[in-house]
Design a protein around this ligand. Structure first.
Ligand code: CUA
Length: 380
């Protein structure tokens, strides 16, 4: 007989946290149900009709009772809200030192890429005990990334980035599903998440960086598509200097300020006129919509992120500063297209970005966008 599990494996911090809330809600629901049914049976028997002539006495309502049995359950139910909201907000704020992994959903597979260039399909390898942030995009239709053992599910939507983060707690292999009907082979869009000991993960990660880091591939695209002819680094070009831009606040020509996060970079590549940096003109840069695929956009994004490490932290081509707008202006302005990293990037004056450095080290590559030499390519 197959083993029966009430719940799937719990292999992440989030899994245990959501399970506690779930058990709490089930418990409260059971108690409430029991109370209601006990009341129904008790009153049905206690006040049953005893004879044909039985006429009940007139009863005035009791305000005290009415208020008591309304307010107490209300307060009890509110605990669902506060507990749930606390978990929700935590799920939306990846820790700044989280390891970043890119996931692209496509009919009908999950494509995974690590900053050092390692790619896999329908597999995701992560270390145990370390926060991992997934930046997720879709190349065609809506998919949904679902790992039951982590109790996490998030839609992957064309035209925007979504993110999800977790800290795995137990080495092993766990099912990965697409949880949104996305076409004929939706049911085959499945895979595995492998949680490994940190040392094994490091060995795994350095063993397969086929084509060089994502940033170095992004650098190639940057040359290949002529971005480098307008976005100059050491002098003023026709387009903004991108060094140090990532993570800074950028003043736009319409007076708004946005945080230069992944979503902003993506929009600027695909819809350059959407947000013009102050001092630059519209219609200089062509759109790359339909020219670059999601993976190439992610590689360019990684490259532009890597440029942030080469200069202080503030984007000095434009006026930025506390007077230029609200600290979270970027998050609000980008809200419609899934602003990422609202915690990690709304800073202006923070010279070395620890998370970026940590990431570069963990991927066993120099901080500069150089191709990694290890090249078995076995994970392609
Ligand atoms: Cu992808 Cu269902």
């Amino acid at each position: 007989m197959p083993e029966y599990h009430l719940l799937p494996d719990a292999a992440a911090v989030s899994a245990t946290a959501y399970d506690y809330l779930w058990w709490y809600e089930v418990g409260i629901a059971a108690i409430m149900t029991a109370l209601i049914f006990a009341g129904v049976f008790y009153f049905a028997i206690r006040y049953r009709r005893r004879s044909e002539a039985d006429a009940p006495a007139m009863i005035e309502g009791s305000r005290f009772l009415e208020i008591t049995w309304s307010v107490i359950p209300f307060l009890v139910m509110l605990t669902f809200f506060f507990w749930g909201a606390a978990l929700y907000f935590r799920s939306q704020s990846p820790p700044p030192d989280a390891m970043n992994v890119y996931v692209v959903g496509k009919q009908w597979m999950w494509k995974v890429q690590y900053p050092n260039g390692v790619r896999e399909i329908n597999e995701l390898h992560v270390p145990v005990g370390r926060p991992v942030k997934l930046t997720m995009a879709s190349e065609d239709v809506i998919h949904s990334f679902f790992v039951p053992a982590f109790r996490l599910k998030r839609d992957v939507i064309p035209g925007r980035y979504n993110q999800m983060w977790f800290t795995a707690t137990k080495p092993g292999r766990y099912h990965l599903f697409c949880a949104e009907y996305c076409g004929t082979e939706h049911s085959g869009m499945i895979g595995w998440v492998t949680v490994m000991e940190p040392k094994d993960f490091q060995n795994w990660l350095v063993s397969g960086g086929g084509e060089g880091s994502m940033a170095s591939q992004g650098q190639k695209l940057f040359q290949q598509y002529g971005c480098s002819t307008c976005h100059l680094f050491d002098e003023q070009g026709r387009c903004p200097n991108l060094k140090g831009m990532y993570g800074s606040r950028v003043l736009l020509s319409d007076g708004r300020t946005v945080v230069a996060d992944e979503a902003y970079i993506r929009e600027s590549i695909l819809d350059p006129n959407a947000k013009i940096v102050a001092g630059f003109s519209k219609d200089i840069m062509p759109t790359f919509q339909g020219v670059l695929n999601e993976e190439q956009v992610l590689e360019l994004t990684e490259y532009i992120k890597s440029l942030a490490e080469t200069r202080g932290g503030i984007f000095t081509d434009v006026q930025t500063g506390p007077t230029a707008g609200g600290g979270r202006g970027g998050s609000i302005a980008n809200a419609g297209q899934g602003s990422l990293d609202t915690r990690g990037t709304s800073m202006t004056n923070q010279p070395p970005r620890p998370e970026a450095n940590a990431q570069a080290q963990d991927a066993s590559q120099p901080p500069a966008p150089l191709p990694t030499s290890a090249g078995t390519g076995g994970k392609k």
